[in-house]
Design a protein around this ligand. Structure first.
Ligand SMILES: Cc1cc2nc3c(=O)[nH]c(=O)nc-3n(C[C@H](O)[C@H](O)[C@H](O)COP(=O)(O)OP(=O)(O)OC[C@H]3O[C@@H](n4cnc5c(N)ncnc54)[C@H](O)[C@@H]3O)c2cc1C
Length: 425
């Protein structure tokens, strides 16, 4: 017996989650099945809509305005501007006070761990006091055991953008003798619990000890930016106490993988799915597909060697891109492994790449082409299946790292695909 629902979403990243919410809001009974963890855990937690145009112009000031100018075939053009706005509204509802940026259509410029300033549409509340356009002398504080955040370099990079305030950086030893390879969650949990740590022959709560070390460098700065490790369950409390002790506002700088803001976002969005009643099953891939009369009849999940069939009226493919293997390649070509959807690509592998690392590589845009109902198209531009839609980084026609559009495309196409699928049942 198959597990039956109205809409089955395959893939549990940002696109799959948005799709499940979109379909649920149309009154459909929805199930989301996902294999492994999504790229949300590696991503910064910033929700980039469009930071640069496909031609490389930018930073884009108003992403909504720029989205209207995108060429045919770009995922935003396929989904439509109304879908982008609706998806961002859904994201704001789901995340509540956890995220900032909804007060304006314009991009914020957020300092990131490499010292870059990122144009982004939504940013964690914990990063809000640090946005580059807000004035205030800024001190970045890094930890000597966390080499991926070099605070003096981040300060220099911010200064080089010409901001009209002081920027400085200090690297300190995190109190409590953490191992050099300590995970970000180890820092966060210490701060969450305000554990006692040994400092100079005595012990004191870690938040106090950290504030004492930072005070040596505060020198009148209005705000202090730390790598994003300031607590997990009690993050707001940790930031508030540090701010109080330092007499300055405190913010987090989004980090690379593994990313605490990404983990916090994933937790919140799964909690939201649970709250609205979407059924979720994780840990098992969809490995097979049965079709009838041009439609998907059912798909088969691999539950550690046991075949489990899932049946729905509508299906959404949200299995990710090249990073998550939602799109795969070998010497023969480029594939979409679940439904074997068409993935346009040059026959000669040498045409997939350019010589320079930062050149415009064809492979960056590999993915499934879709019509304006987000149905994957075959080589003759005919929908592969009437009841299949695709969303997120499995889609082709855009280069998210260059455009800074990764999370935005996943949210917009996911939500739109979900609404369309939900509406058809
Ligand atoms: C290191 C890194 C940093 C990034 N930083 C940013 C950033 O700063 N800002 C930004 O906006 N974007 C960023 N992105 C991009 C953004 O994270 C992605 O574009 C977006 O989250 C992709 O979401 P998705 O749901 O399409 O795919 P994914 O997150 O890849 O999720 C796909 C899901 O499908 C599951 N799946 C795959 N195959 C199957 C199957 N057969 N059966 C069932 N489930 C399956 C996978 O296990 C996974 O859970 C970053 C990405 C990376 C990798």
């Amino acid at each position: 017996m198959a597990i039956e629902d109205d809409v089955l979403v395959i893939g549990g990243g940002l696109a799959g989650i948005a799709a499940a919410v979109g379909a649920h809001e149309q009154g459909a009974r929805v199930r989301l099945v996902s294999h492994k963890q999504s790229t949300m855990r590696q991503a910064s937690g910033l929700i980039d809509l469009l930071g640069y145009t496909p031609n490389g112009d930018g930073p884009v000031v108003d992403p909504f305005e720029a989205i209207e100018e995108l060429p045919e075939g770009h995922p935003y053009e396929r989904a439509g501007l109304d879908a982008v706005r609706a998806a961002m509204d859904m994201f704001d509802d789901a995340t509540g006070e956890m995220y900032a940026g909804s007060h304006t259509d314009k991009n914020a410029l957020v300092p990131t761990h490499g010292g870059a300033i990122k144009p982004t549409a939504r940013y964690p509340d914990s990063a809000a006091p640090g946005i580059a356009s807000a004035h205030g002398d800024t001190l970045f504080v890094g930890f000597d055991s966390m080499i991926e955040f070099d605070a003096p370099v981040a300060a220099d990079h911010l200064a080089a953008t010409g901001v009209p305030y002081e920027t400085d950086g200090a690297t300190i030893e995190f109190p409590g003798n953490l191992r050099d390879d300590a995970k970000v969650t180890r820092f966060a949990h210490l701060l969450d619990r305000d554990d006692e740590v040994a400092v100079d022959g005595t012990t004191m709560p870690v938040r106090t000890a950290l504030a004492e070390r930072v005070k040596e460098h505060i020198d009148g700065h209005d705000r202090v930016g730390f790598p994003a490790v300031l607590g997990d369950d009690n993050a707001a409390e940790v930031r508030a106490e540090l701010a109080d002790k330092l007499g300055a506002s405190v913010f987090e700088v989004p980090m690379g993988p593994p990313s605490l803001p990404g983990l916090r976002l994933e937790d919140r969005l799964y909690e939201y799915l649970h709250e609205i009643g979407v059924r979720v099953s994780t840990g098992n891939p969809i490995v097979d597909v049965e079709q009838a009369n041009g439609e998907i009849d059912r798909v088969v999940g691999d539950h550690t060697g046991r075949e489990v069939p899932y049946k729905a009226q509508q299906y959404i493919l949200a299995t990710g891109g090249l990073v998550g293997k939602g799109i795969d390649s070998d010497r023969e070509g480029v594939y979409e492994p679940v439904f074997d959807c068409h993935v346009p690509h040059p026959a000669d592998r040498y045409d997939w790449f350019e010589d320079g690392a930062f050149d415009d590589h064809e492979f960056a845009r590999f993915g499934v082409p879709v019509d304006t109902e987000l149905r994957p198209l075959d080589a003759d531009n005919v929908p592969e299946f009437e009841n299949l839609r695709a969303a997120g980084s499995v889609l082709g026609g855009y280069d998210f790292p260059s455009e800074k559009s990764g999370s935005g495309v996943s949210l917009a196409t996911g939500y739109a695909a979900g609404e369309l699928a939900g509406d058809r049942v």
